[in-house]
Design a protein around this ligand. Structure first.
Ligand code: ATP
Ligand code: MG
Length: 511
């Protein structure tokens, strides 16, 4: 019976590069998970390369293919028997499993061991953690197993998550899938800066369709649908340090800002925009600052000397409670989506900076008062993370609140979910602090190297696998998983349709 399952056999290699011969017709794929059964444990191995093997010298094979190609008869027939030509797979042992005890394999499987394809029961150790965030099912190559993969929200969210991939591979879809789980928990507060207005689901399925959306989801937009909140931030909520590392000011401008803030407190921006003179600030500096605030915040004086807010997102009149409300929602474990699709980059990052600064400092205070453990973990989803975490940005403009969270947030239960196409721009020290990486497909070698170098597991042999990941296929490498788990992320729309129909069925069945 067992014989039927055999997919190949070990014949050579070394640790990390074990060579197996594929049983003919098995068609092993890159990323396939295989198993060697030992007496007391089983070993899970993964295919990371495929090569042709042959007993026949290459010259003869070349000659034979030439004869066939050029029409000199069926010259290949005598060469083709499966015993002489075959596929060699290079595999790496990824986990040694004994019951619930999972270890990094330190021995080779015995010589000539037989391998079989993985079964669901081999992964029985992947249990559902407390505070589970669902991310998909285990994948062997492109085959999906009926084994769900969850991250432990408590561990993963404070230690940051990186979602790297080339465009269109499914980063946003993954975030939606993750948020769907998170929305149900009041112990996690999520802030989402959404430059594509794609998470709420204004015109399509989205977080608004979650059964607890009414209580747990808060949506801010400059063009809010009925029932949602208008995104208006009062200029008084903006403090000079909210610009740190996001907008660069010269030393003269910085000093000027300091003087205005000292003199006018929360009205500092308004007075700069109004062009009110302050001793020690040159006309030129004032003019440049006014222009900068006009560009970033859209606030200026019109020809008749009236204060104007072009975008209506920043205002000197409305929106005094907005940031406080957002912070309160996060502190009570809600998910707050801010549609920043109509804003410039800097304005989006600034709004995030205002909220993050407030949260970070409050959480620092809670910690010193011994109250932190009662507070929900707050996590911030940021698209195109190198805009704030990139070394070029930090070098040019200094640390910003996002990079501070990346480095220190874990102590204060504040984390990041950083999405990026360009991991290589993020400094290694920051990447090392991001303990979970959900790696989707990537065509760019430089990016793959940056990801592999900073992964929690040794993925040095997975370069080709990562390059060949299809939409929604990913590898989860985390300090909190025993090995780098290949997963298939569901398509969000299908997931939520499925969840709602099974729920309906269950209800029908019960009642
Ligand atoms: N898990 C999945 N299964 C099937 N199809 C998927 C999956 N994830 C994404 N897709 C498809 O790929 C498309 C692009 O996905 P998505 O917008 O999530 O990519 P992205 O990486 O966020 O792209 P961008 O870099 O442009 O933001 C989706 O519209 C969807 O059709
Ligand atoms: Mg996206």
């Amino acid at each position: 019976m067992e014989q039927i399952d055999i997919i190949g056999q070990v014949f050579a290699g070394k640790v990390g590069r074990i060579l197996i011969r594929e049983k003919s017709g098995q068609e092993l794929e890159l990323g396939d998970l295989l198993v060697v059964e030992n007496k007391r444990d089983h070993l899970i191995l993964q295919v990371n390369d495929l090569i042709y093997g042959s007993q026949i010298p290459q010259g003869i094979r070349e000659l034979a293919t030439g004869l066939k190609l050029e029409g000199y008869g069926a010259g290949l027939d005598f060469l083709e028997p499966q015993l002489r030509n075959y596929v060699i797979a290079q595999v790496k042992a990824v986990a040694s499993v004994r019951g619930v005890d999972i270890r990094i394999p330190k021995t080779l499987p015995s010589f000539f061991s037989s391998l079989r394809i993985i079964k669901n029961k081999d992964l029985a150790f992947l249990t559902k953690p407390s505070d589970p965030i669902y991310i998909g099912k285990v994948r062997s190559g492109s085959k999906v197993l009926e084994v769900n993969v969850y991250l432990n929200g408590n561990e993963v969210l404070t230690h940051h998550v990186l979602i790297p991939a080339t465009t269109g591979r499914g980063k946003s879809n993954l975030v939606k899938v993750m948020l769907w789980s998170i929305l149900g928990f009041s112990k996690f507060g999520l802030l989402i800066l959404d430059p594509h207005d794609e998470y709420f689901g204004r015109h399509e399925k989205g977080l608004k369709d979650h059964p607890t959306a009414k209580e747990n989801l808060v949506y801010y937009s400059s063009t809010p649908p009925v029932g949602a909140n208008t995104l208006v931030i009062n200029l008084k909520s903006i403090k000079p340090w909210h610009f740190d590392g996001i907008v660069s000011f010269t030393q003269a401008q910085d000093e000027a800002i300091g003087l205005y803030f000292r003199q006018y407190k929360e009205n500092w921006i308004e007075n700069i925009v109004r062009g009110i003179e302050v001793e020690g600030v040159s006309d030129r500096t004032l003019t440049v600052l006014r222009r900068k605030f006009d560009n970033i915040l859209g606030v200026y004086m019109d020809d008749r000397g009236n204060f104007q807010c072009r975008t209506e997102v920043f205002s000197n009149k409305a929106g005094e409670a907005t940031t406080k409300d957002i912070v309160r929602a996060l502190e009570s474990g809600k998910t707050v989506v801010i549609d920043t699709s109509r804003l410039l980059d800097e304005a989006e990052l600034l709004i995030g900076s205002i909220v993050c600064n407030e949260i970070f400092h409050r959480y620092q205070r809670y910690k010193s008062q011994g109250e932190l453990e009662e507070k929900p973990i707050v996590s911030v989803v940021i698209e195109e993370a190198p805009r704030v975490l990139g070394s070029h940005v930090i070098e040019a403009a200094g640390e910003n609140i996002y990079s501070t969270i990346a480095r220190e947030g874990r102590k204060f239960r504040v984390g990041l979910i950083a999405i990026t196409q360009l991991t290589s721009l993020i400094p290694r020290t920051v990447l090392a602090n991001i303990n979970t990486k959900i790696i989707l497909g990537n065509e760019m070698a430089i990016e793959r190297h940056a990801i592999i170098e900073s992964a929690a597991q040794d993925l040095s042999d997975d370069d080709r696998t990562i390059a060949s990941l299809d939409k929604g296929e990913a590898i989860v490498s985390s300090n909190f998983t025993k090995f780098a788990i290949p997963i298939q992320i569901p398509l969000f729309e299908e997931l939520i349709t499925k969840l709602s129909t099974t729920k309906k069925q269950r209800r029908k069945f019960v009642g």
